[in-house]
Design a protein around this ligand. Structure first.
Ligand SMILES: Nc1ncnc2c1ncn2[C@@H]1O[C@H](COP(=O)(O)OP(=O)(O)OP(=O)(O)O)[C@@H](O)[C@H]1O
Length: 243
């Protein structure tokens, strides 16, 4: 087992409306095995993004534990220090949000190459690999040296996706990484996951598209109204009944 999510809750306090609280996640527990691909599904607002953000520690959970078995030992991502979180991000833990939110004035190729430099890879070798990833995602070559600020949503999403997978993290979190892509580009992205990441990579990903879930997932985590409704093997997953 690589990840043990143990009764995790996340409550949001809405300061602007008299401290009213909104449950993002309530008592969610499940485990993830090494090398598994777990798809997280559920209606809008059910807590999917909150779950991924708690694992990446963008959100600090209100309660519970998230035990992550890293190469250097166990880290409880719900309760460890920010410094420990930063130490596991990169080669151990990667995350692709739906869109590239912070858009630095950095060429697309360097946005993708940076996580590899940070791991000590030679600059030119990292840029070469970044170009290969962007090419595999069908990003036009003339955009490689341009700033993503001017890119379309789908182009930015491809840069973001390439950046997340570039350092080949052991645990990869994907939040709707292909939502803005046309079917052909989406197929290229899913193929790249298969081709580029080692088979031992563990993935927890939010996907709305049932065909994508069917294609990539080993198991499906179904959230409903901030709670865990069910965890099922893909063979037993029926979106009509469960989500
Ligand atoms: N930063 C935040 N502050 C306040 N409430 C939040 C915050 N993030 C999430 N929530 C609330 O938590 C609940 C779950 O949101 P979340 O974004 O996790 O849902 P989701 O399943 O990912 O939805 P979607 O499919 O629409 O992206 C929602 O009620 C949402 O309004």
């Amino acid at each position: 087992m690589i990840l043990d999510i143990d009764t995790v809750s996340k409550t949001f306090e809405m300061h602007i409306i008299d401290g009213k609280t909104v449950p993002g996640l309530a008592d969610v527990s499940f485990t993830v095995d090494d090398g598994e691909f777990v798809a997280v599904v559920g209606e809008s607002g059910s807590g999917k993004s909150s779950l991924l953000k708690c694992i990446y520690r963008t959100y600090e959970p209100s309660a519970g534990a998230i035990r992550f078995q890293t190469e250097g030992g166990e880290v409880d991502l719900a309760n460890c220090s920010d410094r420990e979180v930063l130490a596991v991000r990169g080669s151990e833990l990667g995350y692709a949000s739906q869109f590239l939110n912070e858009i630095p004035r950095v060429p697309a190729v360097d946005v993708v190459a940076r996580p590899m430099w940070e791991q000590g890879m030679d600059r030119e070798a990292a840029r070469e690999r970044a170009r290969e990833l962007l090419t595999a995602l069908d990003l036009p070559a003339e955009l490689f040296d341009a700033y993503p600020a001017t890119f379309s949503g789908g182009e930015r999403q491809r840069v973001n996706f390439a950046r997340a997978i570039a350092p080949q993290p052991r645990l990869l979190l994907l939040d709707e990484p292909t939502s803005a892509l046309d079917p052909e580009t989406r197929a290229s992205a899913l193929e790249l996951l298969d081709d580029y990441l080692p088979a031992s990579t563990t993935v927890v990903g939010v996907f709305h598209n049932y065909d994508v879930v069917q294609q990539v997932a080993d198991r499906v985590v179904v959230l409903d109204d901030a709670r865990l409704q069910q965890v099922v093997d893909i063979a037993d997953y029926d979106p009509e009944v469960l989500a």
